[in-house]
Design a protein around this ligand. Structure first.
Ligand code: GLV
Length: 326
């Protein structure tokens, strides 16, 4: 009879992460890369599991906990954990861990890719060529906005927001940020100024959203907020879709304020080809790839696996979310 903890893994992860789990635990796996584990399968598999290694596509709630009497720890392969009912876990003394830090720079890179792509209309340009519509170099053809020297407004100045701000120094940007708490280190390192949200929205040429999804941030960007933005502003969301009211964003983009939106995340993912925002020329949409580089996704998986094994074997846990409840 085995005394090793039992772990269920909800997606095929890089082998390096699975090996960390296998070393110390009995592992069962939903062996698919692109298909999320069906809820019924998850509830069945979790019945005798001590640990769960899961993704942001898995809903971890009281219903799941009811089906998991032995569960002691959940490790999510993500920094954001709005898919997890943390109070429900804490009430049952189940530890949650996440993967902060390892994806900071990679996600900041994507925020920049979206800013640049929006400002210089890269996707529109590609579409135009593919449609055979490039007829001539003309003086005001496909003109966009300068990034260098512009004003960058960062909403949510945590690790990733700060990494976005650091990059802006190389582009001689003025940097404003809005955050629950002032971030003196960020100000000292980059010259960023703390601003009330409305002022930041009204003055920024680029608005990059990096707040976690919570009751306070759900729907934070709606009709009123978009109306404050400059007509040529580029709005970038690399946090979570539901912080934006997409219907309001659609109407705002059609009305020309902001001028552009570049989005990595959506209210309900995955979106399909029929999503209304995709009908607008001034939208760039990518499929939630903020942390999606080989190195970073591999590191996230190994960090999550290390968290889980530590929790299940009584070692200090590197990244606990609710340590007080455990
Ligand atoms: C990805 O969106 C994450 O939260 O890690």
């Amino acid at each position: 009879m085995t005394t090793r903890p039992r772990v269920y893994v909800t997606r095929r992860l890089p082998e390096a992460a699975l090996a960390i789990v296998r070393q110390a635990c009995e592992l069962r796996l939903w062996d698919e890369e692109a298909i999320a584990v069906p809820r019924a399968t998850l509830l069945r598999e979790i019945a005798d599991a001590d640990g769960l290694l899961s993704l942001l596509t898995d809903r971890i709630d009281a219903g799941l906990l009811d089906a998991a009497p032995r569960l002691r720890a959940v490790a999510t392969v993500a920094v954001g954990y709005d898919n997890v009912d943390v109070p429900a876990l804490s009430a049952r003394r189940v530890l949650l861990t996440n993967t902060p830090g390892v994806l900071t720079e990679t996600t900041a890179d994507l925020a920049w890719a979206l800013m640049m792509a929006g400002a210089r209309r890269l996707v529109e340009g590609q579409r135009l060529i593919s449609a055979g519509q490039w007829t001539s170099w003309s003086p005001m053809f496909m003109v966009g906005q300068d990034v260098h020297g512009a004003t960058l407004g960062i909403v949510g100045a945590g690790r990733i927001g700060s990494a976005v701000a650091r990059r802006a120094q190389g582009f001689a940007m003025r940097i404003a940020y809005h955050n629950r708490r002032p971030a003196p280190e960020l100000e000292a390192a980059t010259g960023a100024r703390h601003q009330p949200l409305d002022q930041l929205l009204a003055e920024s040429d680029f608005i990059v959203v990096l707040v976690p999804l919570s009751a306070e941030t759900r729907g934070m960007f709606g009709t009123r907020e978009f109306a404050l933005m400059k007509p040529d502003a580029t709005f970038v969301n690399v946090s979570r879709g539901p912080v934006v009211d997409e219907a309001a964003l659609y109407a705002a983009l059609r009305a020309g304020r902001p001028g552009y939106a570049a989005l990595d995340v959506f209210e309900r993912e995955p979106i399909g080809a029929d999503h209304p925002l995709l009908t607008l020329p001034n939208v760039i949409a990518v499929p939630h790839i903020g942390s999606a580089t080989v190195a970073t996704r591999t590191r996230m998986a190994t960090v999550a696996a290390t968290n889980l094994v530590a929790a299940l074997t009584g070692q200090p846990v590197p990244h606990p979310v609710n340590p007080e409840a455990w």
